[in-house]
Ligand binder design. Structure first.
Ligand code: UDP
Length: 237
């Protein structure tokens, strides 16, 4: 597998083309960003932890029947993935109130949500990722109704699998964001990443934050928290 040119540089990962037109390389960097890229810091070891963490989680999801873009791990910070045509819509499931939900609705952080909620956001930094609904996504051609239905059902399936996985390791899966893409055969496949950068995880007993809120809120110990999550799950770092 030969790495060719940089295709896209996101806030935490860089995507490279390869000699195989159907395969890309994801490089997990140490850059950590919040508030649409306004706050950026380099956190030593974070790229390696997120790459290994993401591969561990995606393996669990594949085993549960969720198609993911992972092909194989190439190094501590690089993974070979199937090329997807990414859908510019973020899917968020929440089991407890936090973050933008608390800001938007004035509800109390930590309130358990029953049923778990589902939200869509347009991936657009300049517009600060505005919340949208399914009719916006279809009307503007970001996704078809069929694709959205599949994305929603897959996101809830991921919630079922991961809520249990984190619960068994003494953590609450508060909320998380997923991104999907369309594979060469037209099927919907889970892309991007699942790591503490894109979800909220609290210790079950103390409700200590173990995710990127430590960075957003300047609580310190960001990488240490990510490492703790990985250790509790048995991810080999
Ligand atoms: N999230 C993300 N990328 C985004 C926006 C949100 O990964 O661009 C994740 C975030 O880490 C959290 C969940 O999606 O786990 C819900 O985020 P929320 O809507 O509460 O927004 P935030 O408070 O992160 O701005």
């Amino acid at each position: 597998m030969e790495k060719r040119t940089e295709l896209y540089r996101g806030k935490a990962k860089t995507v490279y083309t390869t000699d195989d037109p159907e395969r890309l390389i994801l490089h997990f960097r140490n850059d950590t960003s919040a508030f649409d890229g306004e706050k950026v810091e380099q956190l030593d070891r974070k790229g390696m932890i997120n790459n290994k963490f993401n591969n561990f989680i995606m393996d669990k999801l594949e085993a549960a029947g969720v198609a993911t873009q992972i092909d194989k791990v190439l190094s501590d910070t690089e993974t070979l993935v199937k090329r997807l045509d990414m859908i510019p819509v973020e899917c968020v499931v929440r089991n407890y109130a936090a973050g933008s939900l608390v800001r938007r609705l004035g509800v109390e952080e930590g309130q358990e949500l029953s049923p778990a909620t589902f939200e869509l956001f347009l991936k657009n930094d300049a517009l600060h990722d505005p919340m949208i609904n399914e009719t916006h996504a279809v009307a503007f051609g970001w996704a078809t109704a069929e694709q959205l239905a599949q994305m929603k059902s897959l996101t809830f399936k991921v919630n079922d699998v991961l809520k249990q996985l984190f619960d068994d390791a003494g953590m609450l899966l508060v909320d998380f964001k997923l991104e999907f893409g369309v594979a060469a055969d037209g099927s919907i496949v889970l892309g991007d990443e699942f790591s503490p950068d894109g979800c909220r995880l609290w210790d079950k007993e103390t409700r200590k934050k173990l995710d990127k809120d430590r960075f957003r809120q300047g609580l310190g110990g960001v990488v240490e928290a990510y490492e703790e999550v990985a250790n509790r799950l048995g991810v080999a770092l």
